[in-house]
Design a protein around this ligand. Sequence first.
Ligand SMILES: N[C@@H](CCC(=O)N[C@@H](CSC=O)C(=O)NCC(=O)O)C(=O)O
Length: 284
Amino acid sequence: MGGITQVSSNRVFGGYQKIFSHDSKELGCKMNFAIYLPPASEEKKVPVIYWLSGLTCTEKNFVEKAGAQRYASENGVAIVGPDTSPRGLNIPGEEDGWDFGTGAGFYVDATREPWSKNYRMFSYVTKELPELINENFPVLPNSQSIMGHSMGGHGALICALKNPGQYRSVSAFAPICNPIKCPWGKKAFDGYMGSVDCNKWADWDATELVKKYQGPPLEILIDQGKEDQFLKDLQLLPENFVQACTNSQMPVILHMHEGYDHSYYFIASFIGQHIQHHMRYLAA
Ligand SMILES: N[C@@H](CCC(=O)N[C@@H](CSC=O)C(=O)NCC(=O)O)C(=O)O
């Protein structure tokens, strides 16, 4: 296998949950990613869904907590989940908070020193990683979708909206929908891009991007818990995104769930439905 090293492999639901590491050119450091290979992949190439995790996560949170393997096995789809930032670069400030730097790459390409050389998670997730996956695993390169949670939900939305046609479908759990208007997003975008030209932030904001999207139709699925503390803290702002979608005639389905919070218990409760949503487009 070209340039990747297996870290672990566990048989689950007839397939394999594996973790690999590799030297990322885009990020300039060693990166881990997880891949679930369903039993069907032993006989033929299968579609692939990319999963992007939220703040503080590594590639392991989703693998260990979401319970996605059962549904991926049943539907014959691979799931790939990268880490959430470069690590161990010793950039001053990278470990100062849980919402910026390590574990908080925000899936953007930074333009501000000292982050711009390595914090290039958008290019990593949309270019380098898919190339690596297509080269090394039995996946169909033209049959990929993307989903994510919170910061990773924002990542999934911008990856799809900024790359029309690359993903057949997109979905998100409790995504940060309008980062230029919430405290997490303002801190991250200021740190990674600076405040000299705040207009540039809009290029990385799903609510702004949807207003000018011109690609193939996307039916965006979002699930959101009503007891999510970060929703109450105005970090997520799904209503802004839905309003922008409505104004732009972008189909969006927002499910608001009584009693659910922001945790992986919430994700585990609806991950099967998200995988089914993607299969409608991946199997077509
Ligand atoms: N500071 C807390 C909260 C961090 C947290 O809740 N992270 C979420 C994502 S939030 C938005 O991107 C998460 O997915 N955590 C991992 C998990 O396994 O639950 C803390 O450090 O715990």
